[in-house]
Design a protein around this ligand. Structure first.
Ligand code: SF4
Length: 298
């Protein structure tokens, strides 16, 4: 098994990946978007954590973002870099790493749980992607497993909005939050969230395969219009169709330690080039981005 360690072999691994394993990556000029995983340390312990993060997690080495910058120089162009974790806002080298990436002209997105305000965001971050783990105090704390108030999160969104930083909120729909979904999303948009996305409703990655009768009581098109009227710029809800082909509808790419492409960390492995191309096209069309997630080992 290949242990992928960006400290040692970030360049080689991705170059080999491009050259031998999946040449279509070059053909499609991927990654358009690079998802950089800064470790598995997080102050929350969500029931569905995709990256198995938590308080006992570890941080990626300080050199990670520097190495990513070097890699991007080799690839050329201006990319969209998504910093995720773990919880990046607590990563001790985040500000320094963002400084280097931004100096090189990349579009920076930080995927965060929103619990810690980043005062330097105005200098380096183009978008803040906040995982909305609930839509009120009860649903929020049930999911995140620690005491942190939903209202505090709304205050932090307001602070970013007042600085002119765009905030997106991604919600994982669960049985904990579905009954107060409308109200919660409206609060987020009124606080300043510009993009609302319900990430998963089927059993893939963090998806919970929600089968609640409450789902039938939500009129998603009305909710979408309401959110747009209140100032949201983009609202994306998945189609609620259990027959959807998961590989084509959800998730982002994850390169597993043995070098295979997966749709999300725990998503299905993609083995056929045709499947991957369809998947990429769908992602490009839907979000104008394709993720390639980095992974590191201890
Ligand atoms: S906030 Fe994100 S990284 Fe942290 S435990 Fe929850 S899902 Fe995992």
């Amino acid at each position: 098994m290949i242990i992928y360690n960006p400290e040692k072999d970030l360049f080689t691994r991705i170059e080999n990946f491009n050259k031998y394993d999946h040449s279509f990556i070059l053909l499609y000029r991927i990654p358009l978007s690079l998802c950089v995983h800064i470790g598995s340390k997080c102050n929350f312990k969500c029931i569905y954590c995709l990256s198995s993060s938590g308080v006992n997690g570890i941080w990626a080495p300080r050199s990670l973002l520097l190495n990513v910058t070097k890699l991007l120089k080799k690839l050329g162009g201006r990319r969209r870099i998504v910093i995720s974790g773990g919880e990046p806002s607590h990563y001790p080298h985040l500000e320094e790493g963002l400084h280097v990436l931004k100096r090189n002209g990349h579009v920076i997105v930080v995927a965060t749980n929103g619990s810690k305000f980043m005062p330097y965001a105005i200098r380096y971050i183009d978008w803040i992607d906040i995982s909305l783990h609930g839509v009120d105090n009860v649903s929020y704390q049930k999911t995140i497993g620690v005491s942190y108030h939903f209202d505090r999160l709304m205050d932090i969104i307001r602070s970013y909005d007042s600085l002119g930083i765009k905030v997106a909120c991604n919600l994982v729909l669960t049985e904990n939050n579905i009954s107060c979904l409308n109200e919660g999303l409206i609060k987020a948009v009124e606080a300043g969230a510009r993009k609302i996305r319900i990430t998963n409703v089927l059993k893939i990655g963090r998806g919970q395969n929600v089968r609640s009768p409450d789902i039938d009581n939500i009129c998603f098109s009305d909710l979408k219009n309401d959110l747009l009227d209140r100032g949201a710029e983009v609202v994306w809800f998945p189609k609620f169709d259990s027959k959807l082909h998961l590989k084509m509808e959800f998730g982002y790419f994850y390169v597993s330690q043995d070098g295979y492409l997966n749709a999300e960390r725990r998503g299905p492995q993609i083995t056929a080039v045709d499947d991957a191309i369809i998947f990429m096209e769908q992602r490009k069309e839907e979000h104008e981005k394709i993720f390639l997630r980095t992974q590191f080992s201890r």
